[in-house]
Design a protein around this ligand. Structure first.
Ligand code: MG
Length: 256
């Protein structure tokens, strides 16, 4: 069964709660659904809620250079990687749907990267590729915002990928997705700039879960952001950037 889960607040209850979204109505849960959260008697129409990033991960594990066409256009590689290139974004970089991305003064160029995000549902350590799907809770949209000039300058990516506001996530989680072949799009001010299918990933999701969990324990609610298709470009003040994943929905943010 495909379910949709959110984190939300309302004007009368400012506390952020997890919820299940069905027919444009949110039913509040007692806890995160991957921690056994149960429905409460409290609910609200979606239109009366403010959606928050749907996860509170201990870490955001990102994959670089995971689409063939993006590698071809990249400054940092001239052939597909032999193994997944992984890096971390700090949880402090997360912002909610419709929040603003802040352009840091240290950077001349801040790019969007539309990506499919995997939400981990169970503690995962040394998981085999065969078993990996059992550790997936669901899927959401991620924007792996990147200070491209600092990524080149620093030689490693923590600062360039880790600024506050550089990780919009949302608007919700879906539990059922044909992840092997969905369309991932980056849309800048209404123009489709990125359009790639997950079937063009170099390393697929079970392989990534197995590979990452052989190095670090994945916790319930952690995010794996699976890489971006070709078509990245910089954003400027006032731009609206949308990450749209087929079967999930659209995550929209603007540049302050
Ligand atoms: Mg990326």
């Amino acid at each position: 069964m495909n379910e949709r889960f959110v984190r939300f607040r309302t004007s009368d209850i400012p506390e952020i709660r997890y919820g299940c979204l069905e027919n444009d109505r949110i039913t509040a849960l007692t806890a995160a659904p991957w921690l056994g959260g149960q429905p409460t008697s409290s609910g609200v129409p979606l239109s009366h809620a403010t959606l928050c990033a749907p996860v509170e991960p201990s870490k955001i594990v990102c994959i670089g250079l995971n689409y063939h066409a993006h590698v071809a256009a990249s400054f940092s590689a001239d052939k597909p990687p032999d193994y997944p290139l992984i890096f971390l974004k700090p949880p402090s970089s997360i912002i909610d749907p419709n929040d603003q991305i802040i352009h840091p003064p240290q950077s001349e160029r801040v790019d969007y990267e539309a990506e499919l995000g995997v939400v981990i549902g169970r503690r995962a350590k040394n998981v085999s590729e065969t078993d990996a799907e059992q550790y997936i809770f669901g899927f959401t949209c991620v924007n792996d915002v990147t200070a491209r000039d600092l990524q080149k300058k620093d030689g490693q990516w923590s600062r360039a990928k880790g600024f506050d506001t550089f990780c919009p996530i949302g608007p919700w989680i879906v539990t059922d997705l044909n992840w092997r072949d969905v369309l991932v799009e980056g849309i800048l001010n209404g123009a489709v700039m990125q359009s790639g299918r997950t079937s063009r990933m170099i390393f697929n999701i079970p392989y990534l879960i197995s590979y990452i969990s052989s190095a670090m324990t994945l916790m319930p609610g952690d995010i794996i952001s699976t890489g971006t298709p070709s078509g990245i470009a910089p954003m400027k003040s006032g731009d609206v950037i949308e990450v749209r994943v087929e079967g999930i929905g659209t995550l929209a943010n603007s540049m302050a």
